[in-house]
Structure formats: C-alpha cells, structure tokens
Design a protein around this ligand. Sequence first.
Ligand code: GUN
Length: 299
Amino acid sequence: MSVRIDGKQVAAEVIAKVKTATAALEADVRVRPGLAVIIVGDDPASHAYVSAKSKMAKECGITSIQHTLPEATTQDELASLVQTLNADSSIHGILVQLPLPKHLSSDPIIQSILPEKDVDGLHVVNAGRVATGDLDGGLVSCTPAGAMVFVRRIHGEDLSGLNAVVIGRSNLFGKPMSALLLAANATVTTAHSRTKDLPPVCRNADILVAAVGRPEMVKADWVKPGATVIDVGINRVPAPDKGEGKFRLVGDVAFAECEKVAGVITPVPGGVGPMTIAMLMANTVIATYRSAGRKTPRF
Ligand code: GUN
C-alpha cells in the first residue's frame, strides 16, 4: 500500500508561509499585496473557483478585488480592464479566470497582462522562462508549481536518474510541468492523446503525472511498483450509489487499484487541487516582493 499525500496539509503549510511573508512586507514597507481576479459570464464552476481564490486571498492578508463582468462583455471592454489593472500600482497580480465565453479570445487577453503581474504564469514571457529553466526570474504556472512541491518533498531538489512521464501537453499544465521536471534533472517524457502504446511508456516512470481529463484512465498495470503518482485530473462522474442525479469527483488515475502499486500517490479530491490556490497566493506575494525590490521568499 502506498503513502497518500495530503494536499490540504501541504497547502496549509504553503499558506502559513504566505501569511508570514505578507505580514513581514506590510511591517517593513507598508505594502499589502493586491490581487485582481476577473471573471466573465455565469459558469457556476468558474464562479466557485474564483470565490475560493478571493476568500483565500483575504485570509492571507492579500487585498483581493474581484471584477465580475457580464457574459456580453466585448473583447475591447475586457482588454481595457486589463490595461487599467496593469497601470494600477496597488495591483500586483492579475488573473483572468478561464475559460472565457466563446465569443472572447483568451490568448490576446492573457498576453496583454504585464508579465510581472501574470500570477497564473501563462504569459509567453513566463512560460519561456520556465521552458529555458529560469525559475527565479518569472512566475510559474500555479498547478505545476504545486505538483512540484509534492515532487520535491518526496524526491528532493535533484531528480537526476529518475524517469518522469507527464500525460498531457496543455500550456496550462503539461508543458510547464515537463519543463519543471526537466529543470530538476529528471529524464522527461511528455505523453499525450497521440502517443502510441501509452501503458508501457507510463510503466517506465518513477514519477507519473496524469493531466488528461479522462476519469480513471491510468490503471494499476500502467504504474511502476513504488512509483510516485500525481493525479491532476478533476472529473465529475455520475454516482448513482449516492442518489439519483448525484456526482462524485475522480481523478485521471484509478486510485483504488493504483494505490496498491504506487509508492506515493495523490488523491482526488484533496491532492493537487488545494495546492493550485496556495501557489496562486505564493505567486501574488512573489510579484509584490519583486515590485517592492525585496528578495522573494521561496515556497
Ligand atoms: N481555470 C481552471 N484552472 C485555471 C487556472 O489555473 N487559471 C485560470 N486563470 N483559469 C483557470
């Protein structure tokens, strides 16, 4: 049986460091981190995520300002709000909740955020820094940054000699995750929907990271005995056993069977999920320290 990582516990430790760092900055230079969160439209899941981010920001001593825009918002209106926030010196982090409604193009909006305020780590400047192994100059995308906190706790800073397989190649997760593992000296394979014969590729992994959005796709015989398995998937599946029309959350990993083979495994929910918000807070604090010309804390 494997060790189960408690993401809530690890996230709480990151949050405690964020609170200390925020209080220290306020005491030293009277600056409070400011985070602007923009949400467009009525998607209930996005509203739930944004509320959780705003609530956590307040708890951390971060001034969180939520901009809730109607579904009918135009590209120009959204672009103009980003420009206003770029120019506002009390705002250190800007997050545009994705996905945007279909009539809006997210990429020009994301790329118009000042890289130093891009706490989501999605601007090409920040993605490029991660891709070139410059992890101290920019802002790292929150979910891969959170997954790396787990990896470091289990394997240390140096992953030399370890094989890592990331299933998924999104800009939000798969690509930066692969780059972070590579920067830590792992031998990295980025697998995806076009990869041939995925199970043996995964069986080669000492660190297996799944981010495909397919409920319980990774089976026990895909897992190398003793491997570290990190599940980034969050899928809502019908759960008739809980009652008619009820759902449950499952990851991309078939947890019950893989738990018997893995050395360490993250659950869903309660694994990587809580880390994403914690790392967003950490990025906001890092952005604020930099704007104040202070040496940034490490999370
Ligand atoms: N939607 C789902 N996850 C994320 C995220 O990490 N950042 C943003 N901006 N939108 C998201």
